[in-house]
Ligand binder design. Structure first.
Ligand SMILES: Cc1cc2nc3c(=O)[nH]c(=O)nc-3n(C[C@H](O)[C@H](O)[C@H](O)COP(=O)(O)OP(=O)(O)OC[C@H]3O[C@@H](n4cnc5c(N)ncnc54)[C@H](O)[C@@H]3O)c2cc1C
Length: 293
């Protein structure tokens, strides 16, 4: 039996979308289709769906705002689970409680309205809270690992809470990259004046004005010890290198822009960059982006 009717029969109230187009739901704008996408609207429904998919051995992947992923071309014969409907957001003192589907922009605007500072370096990072925690997103001044207190998560249908020290946060890494779903998070800020938060946010947004404007996944590679990956790629003469519709940005060599290419073009360009950098410098670049499915 096909996945859509199977899931619909099991979860009549669950919002499902057949033929989910990855290109329309990712910032890189390429990739194929998934047979079906599921949008659970509560923690309990998320756990029930995740449990069912695991029990039935149905291939599954999670997607947030799609800002750091390269989806493969072709058809994914499985289910993409998106937590956009887990969008609760409230404050207690200087702590924020956010569902995985809350966007970065909404989180920051809410914090500012409530006089809670400490998150401004996240300004301008395209993300959902779930994706931000999973990727330990941030810039050198602040990462999620600095502000996360606890994470509400789900593994094969079991709901539990992890304290920050149990999240295995690292450089663009966390325990959630091992297939544990983030459902919500508690973040700790500090009291601040709205005007100060606004000023800081403006400052951090201004640092991004020269970022490439095209379709991309942000930085493709983690910075190796001591040198930004972009500088290394540039020094290897790869700025502007193109494979099909994928091109190394002229503005920032750690960005690959998609100008109407396929996921295969992007993947080939990533391999080419890795091989060239390794050959010329001996350094093995590690991918920051996540491949899905
Ligand atoms: C223009 C641009 C600028 C960027 N600048 C920065 C920057 O300054 N700093 C930075 O760190 N990043 C940056 N990024 C990358 C990206 O914004 C971050 O990695 C962000 O955290 C991705 O969040 P997302 O919701 O889009 O996650 P996705 O891209 O949708 O997913 C990322 C990974 O997390 C998994 N995932 C998503 N949601 C969940 C969940 N609820 N539970 C479990 N797993 C989940 C996915 O399966 C995937 O493996 C940039 C990207 C772009 C396009």
């Amino acid at each position: 039996m096909q996945l859509y009717p199977r899931l619909h029969a099991q979860f009549p109230a669950l919002f499902l979308q057949p033929s989910f187009d990855f290109a329309r739901h990712t910032t890189i704008g390429c990739g194929g289709m998934a047979e079906v996408a599921a949008f659970p609207s509560s923690v309990e429904e998320s756990a029930a769906v995740i449990s069912y998919l695991a029990r039935e051995h149905i291939p599954t992947c999670y997607l947030g705002a799609g800002a750091n992923v390269l989806p493969a071309d072709g058809t994914f014969s499985g289910v993409v689970v998106l937590f956009r409907r887990l969008d609760a957001l409230y404050a207690e003192g200087t702590d924020l409680f956010a569902g995985a589907g809350v966007t970065g922009g909404r989180l920051l605007a809410f914090a500012c309205r409530n006089g809670i500072g400490g998150f401004s370096p996240f300004s301008g990072i395209p993300m959902s809270v779930g994706g931000g925690v999973t990727m330990n997103a941030g810039i050198k001044d602040l990462h999620f690992s600095d502000v996360v207190q606890r994470v509400l998560c789900c593994d094969r249908g079991k709901i539990f809470v992890l304290d920050r020290q149990d999240c295995a946060f690292g450089e663009k890494a966390s325990i959630f990259q091992r297939g544990i779903a983030v459902l919500g998070v508690q973040l700790r800020g500090r009291y601040a004046k709205q005007a100060d938060i606004d000023r800081e946010s403006c400052h951090y947004r201004s640092l991004r004005v020269n970022f490439p404007k095209g379709r991309s996944m942000g930085c493709v590679f983690v910075n190796p010890e001591g040198i930004p990956a972009g500088k290394l790629i540039e020094a290897c003469g790869l700025k502007g290198k193109r494979i099909g519709g994928a091109v190394v940005s002229l503005q920032h060599a750690n960005f690959i822009c998609n100008e109407g290419g396929s996921a295969r073009d992007v993947a080939l360009l990533i391999d080419y960059i890795k091989q060239t950098v390794k050959r010329q410098t001996g350094i093995a670049l590690r991918e920051e982006i996540r491949r899905i499915p």
